[in-house]
Design a protein around this ligand. Structure first.
Ligand SMILES: *Cc1c(COP(=O)(O)O)cnc(C)c1O
Length: 352
């Protein structure tokens, strides 16, 4: 079985090896040291200062999205959501569930998020922006610089779900003026699902997290921040995944952050080149390196998904919703090679 999916992704042998080892007890100095080193490396790779704090949640990405909303947005704030696909809709649902006052900028199919779409939302009293920088359901990568200047001129908190983008596209939390970054173990980090992280800068910690009191025990960031000072989490974490995370970060440090992202970019460019001669198309908006949405001319996407999986053991990402039979998404993250791309493109050629 080979995964061309974005979460879980095809894992690296060193991660699989770690996964086969016994799980140690974690209320120890050794585990605390591992966590402190992990946090330090993560903050470096996400491009933020030492003074930022990381929350390690044992949960999938959606929990981190919801927890960020609960801990970083005041009840009386006006929130703006970019809703360009199923993950944007999830932020919309979270805001609705938590009875926040919010508006969503909804993008149509194939529509890119342009400065014009933000026109009309300036000086309207919004104080937080929620966005999935790479809307993984469509492959669109939004312009971080454009959103950053929008947030700056409106003095808004810039809250970014970078789950589909971190370690796949260049990302610089502080340079982009991002206050909150959310990401998960099963995407760019190429680990099993189960751990999600929220990185908070000093400003959001002081302005929001310090005084907001979420009605939740498990999702109260304040206890995580206190415990993380000594390298611990308030509740039993997915210890095994945290060990695999530490191992992965050391690997990325050795290999170089730029090279890790370059590997994803190389695979993505190679694949897009290989399918140019096929009767398929890709969207016109800017795409993340992480995924290539392949649009077929007929309603054959789900048939191809089944055939690739059942005949060749190659698993690609189906697309939810109305475009289910027209679009498949191919991920370029994880232990994949140009040779894997060649085989996949060759097999796709037979079906289109
Ligand atoms: C994968 C992903 C999530 C997380 O989904 P879970 O299934 O809860 O892990 C959230 N946002 C984006 C942009 C994603 O790609």
């Amino acid at each position: 079985m080979k995964l061309f999916t974005i979460g879980p992704v095809e894992m690296y042998p060193h991660t699989l090896k770690r996964g086969g080892e016994p799980i140690p007890y974690f209320r120890t100095q050794e585990f605390s040291d591992l966590m402190i080193e992990t946090e330090c490396l993560l903050k470096r790779f996400v491009g933020t200062k030492e003074t930022s704090r990381t929350i390690f949640l044992t949960a999938s990405g959606t929990a981190a999205m919801e927890a960020a909303v609960m801990n970083c947005i005041d009840k009386d704030e006006k929130v703006l959501v970019i809703s360009g696909g199923s993950f944007g809709k999830r932020f919309d649902e979270i805001c609705r569930t938590h009875a926040l006052q919010y508006d969503a900028i909804e993008l149509g199919f194939g529509e890119s998020l342009t400065p014009e779409r933000l026109d009309g939302y300036d000086a309207k009293g919004y104080s937080s922006l929620l966005v999935n920088l790479h809307e993984t359901s469509t492959g669109q990568l939004y312009d971080a610089a454009m959103l950053s200047s929008f947030c700056k001129r409106n003095r808004m908190s810039f809250i970014v779900d970078a789950i589909g983008s971190f370690l796949c596209d260049p990302y610089h939390m502080d340079q982009f003026g991002i206050d909150v970054t959310i990401f998960s173990s099963q995407k760019g980090l190429c680990l099993p699902p189960g751990i999600s992280m929220v990185v908070l800068n000093e400003k959001i910690l002081q302005d929001k997290v310090a005084h907001i009191d979420p009605k939740s025990i498990y999702f109260n960031f304040k206890t995580y921040i206190t415990d993380m000072k000594r390298g611990q989490t308030p509740f039993t974490p997915a210890v095994g995944i945290l060990i695999q995370l530490h191992d992965m970060l050391l690997e990325i440090e050795k290999e170089g952050l730029e090279n890790r992202i370059k590997h994803v970019r190389t695979l993505c460019e190679d694949f897009r080149e290989r399918i140019r001669s096929l009767p398929v198309s890709i969207p016109e908006y800017k795409l993340s390196n992480a995924v290539t949405p392949v649009i077929f001319q007929r309603d054959i996407a789900m048939d191809i998904f089944q055939a690739l999986k059942n005949e060749y053991g190659m698993v690609v990402n189906p697309t939810g919703g109305a475009w289910k039979d027209r679009i498949l998404r191919i991920a370029h993250v994880g232990a994949l090679t140009v040779e894997d791309n060649r085989l996949l493109a060759e097999r796709l050629r037979k079906f289109v």
